[in-house]
Design a protein around this ligand. Structure first.
Ligand code: HEM
Length: 179
């Protein structure tokens, strides 16, 4: 997992909880990297699971909720840090298919060792789009948070629901439609 994801995660903990919480979680985690991440470095994804588990211990917030909050935060970060991906795109249904077809393709060029998911979008049909997600990392709650972040960014009256389908790696289907 890229260092940029870890740095943003620690920023989120600082902002949503406190600097003390962030320090406490880092201390408890005893990470091989020591918790010093560079944006282009690549780190063991297990470190993220450790950080999430310990943040849950400290705050009592369930891990899926933490991942969703993180996804929404990460989307806002992407909007400010990678404005080129948003140029000329004016809606959630326009943006979501571009994640797999364009955004993550460019991410792969920037970070050849990035671990990225597979997405397949269908629709919209009658105002409803489906997005199938599969990844070795299998982080559907993070994906849902990113989708919610996208809906908030375009300020649209949409909501997403998620259904686990199974398989290896497991498939998750997001249905994005009117509220
Ligand atoms: C709704 C929009 C998006 C969704 C649902 C999404 C989904 C995801 C998910 C779930 C991951 C975690 C890795 C995995 O599951 O395999 C990921 C990784 C990543 N995504 Fe996206 N993404 C979105 C938009 C973006 C945008 C706009 C950028 C802008 C650059 C971006 C850049 C990245 C990067 C850098 C990683 C980290 C790869 C790594 O750690 O190796 N994504 N994305």
């Amino acid at each position: 997992m890229k260092g940029i994801v870890f740095s943003e995660f620690l920023e989120l903990v600082d902002e949503e909880f406190s600097m003390e919480t962030c320090e406490q979680v880092l201390e408890m985690s005893d990470l091989p990297s020591g918790g010093a991440y560079t944006a282009i470095g690549t780190y063991d994804p297990q470190e993220m699971r450790t950080l999430l588990g310990n943040l849950h211990e400290v705050t009592g917030v369930p891990v899926p909720d933490l991942l969703q909050t993180f996804g929404r935060y990460l989307f806002r970060f992407f909007v400010t840090s990678f404005p080129m991906f948003f140029e000329g795109v004016s809606s959630t249904f326009e943006f979501l298919p571009r994640v797999h077809e364009y955004v993550h393709v460019e991410v792969r060029k920037l970070y050849p060792d990035a671990s990225l998911p597979t997405f397949a979008c269908e629709g919209p049909v009658d105002g409803v789009m489906t997005m199938s997600y599969r990844s070795q990392s299998d982080l559907p709650d993070l994906a849902e948070g990113l989708i919610q972040g996208c809906i908030e960014h375009y300020d649209e009256p949409l909501q997403s629901t998620m259904e686990r389908v199974g398989g290896d790696p497991p498939e998750t289907i997001f249905t994005i439609g009117p509220k």
